[in-house]
Design a protein around this ligand. Structure first.
Ligand code: TYM
Length: 342
């Protein structure tokens, strides 16, 4: 079953395991808003159950979940048009996650590069949840029979696994129940790189705060981080091909293009021959102009935490209403007795 025969429904999630970065904004949040604006049914989730696959301080986790929700709203997600909630309030995710644990094969999971990266040499000591993570991620998506998932490039392999799980479930039970999702990995900012190392992804878990721009950074900090971003001594060339081996320079050009809503070709033409001093200063102005209103709105929203919690609760109710009938059918398909009166 391709996604094509199911009604279009978008799902995506972000972990509240730290503050959000410019990578999350350009690779995910900004695109989530575009999808909402296209009038597609959109479901967005703070995936708190994923966050606890590595240790989270409870109070910080609660705050980060609220802050993430505030970032969604500040960036343009309208909780009336999109469904916005935190994962743990809708139990269908973990229920289906368990069922998928019984569908997915150890061999498939062992090939997940993100697990290998995160576990590193310490794989004996990480949680079982971290290993099972991609199966829960497939459940997040398929609990709603979602057809399209906008994500950054780093999630591609997890979405391929989600496709494999849907196909295996459908085959094992002889049904055409789950759609085979389409990853939506588009635009110039599918992989925003660290400001200190052009071979590494910009990440909230990088030990160096200088490596990323946080959505909570003030204008001075943003400008300073961009000014100090690693580059090379050459001026900017007049074509993208010449940036092939200049990873840090290429990253800044891509960030500029994504922020400006232009192609990278356009940006390199406009700045051909420019020194980094000039380019970085234009990039800093652009980044501040885009992010400052979002940061200020996040701060404003965070002053009324009860209201954020209310929005998440209401979103969870709407999400649950979509997922529950799907879960009822899943239980029937797999042969579970459902005799409680609800
Ligand atoms: P997470 O929380 O690491 O990241 C959230 C989203 O931001 C994107 N992203 C980036 N995009 C471009 N450049 C970067 N440097 C960058 N860093 C992060 C990610 O690709 C992602 O789209 N497993 C997911 C969360 C998740 C999920 C899901 C996503 C759980 N269930 C179901 C989609 C559907 C994750 O850890 O994302």
């Amino acid at each position: 079953m391709s996604a094509g025969s199911f009604p279009t429904r978008i799902f995506s999630g972000i972990q509240p395991s730290g503050g959000l970065t410019l990578g999350n904004y350009l690779g995910a949040l900004k695109r989530f808003v575009e999808k909402q604006e296209e009038g597609i049914e959109t479901i967005y989730c703070m995936v708190d159950m994923h966050a606890i696959t590595v240790w989270q301080d409870p109070e910080k986790l609660r705050q980060q979940t609220r802050e993430g929700a505030a970032a969604f709203i500040a960036a343009g997600i309208d909780p009336k048009r999109s469904i916005l909630f935190n994962q743990s309030q809708v139990t269908a995710h973990v229920e289906l996650g368990w069922i998928f644990n019984c569908i997915v094969r150890m061999g498939w999971m062992s090939r997940m590069t993100q697990f290998k990266d995160k576990a590193g040499k310490n794989s004996e000591n990480v949680s079982l949840g971290l290993f099972a993570y991609p199966s829960l991620m497939a459940a997040d998506i398929l609990a709603y029979k979602s057809t399209h998932v906008p994500v950054g490039d780093d999630q591609k392999q997890h979405l391929e696994l989600c496709r494999d799980i849907a196909i295996k479930f459908n085959n094992d039970y002889g049904v055409e129940f789950f759609p085979v999702v389409e990853p939506v990995i588009e635009g110039v900012a599918t992989r925003v790189m660290s400001l200190r190392d052009g071979t590494k992804k910009m990440s909230k878990s990088d030990p160096s705060d200088q490596s990323r721009i946080n959505l909570t950074d003030d204008p001075d900090t943003i400008a300073k981080k961009i000014r100090k971003a690693k580059t090379d001594p050459e001026p900017l060339p007049d074509n993208l091909n010449a940036l092939k081996d200049r990873l840090e320079a290429k990253n800044l050009v891509n960030i500029y293009a994504a922020l400006a809503g232009q192609t990278a070709e356009r940006v390199i033409k406009d700045y051909a021959g420019a020194q980094f001093g000039t380019f970085k200063s234009a990039l800093a102005d652009l980044a501040v102009a885009t992010l400052e209103p979002i940061t200020l709105e996040m701060k404003r929203l965070m002053q009324d935490q009860a209201e954020i919690d209310r929005i998440l609760g209401e979103g969870a109710d709407r999400a649950d209403a979509l997922a529950r009938p799907i879960m009822d059918q899943v239980y029937d398909i797999i042969g579970m007795i459902r005799s409680r009166r609800r």
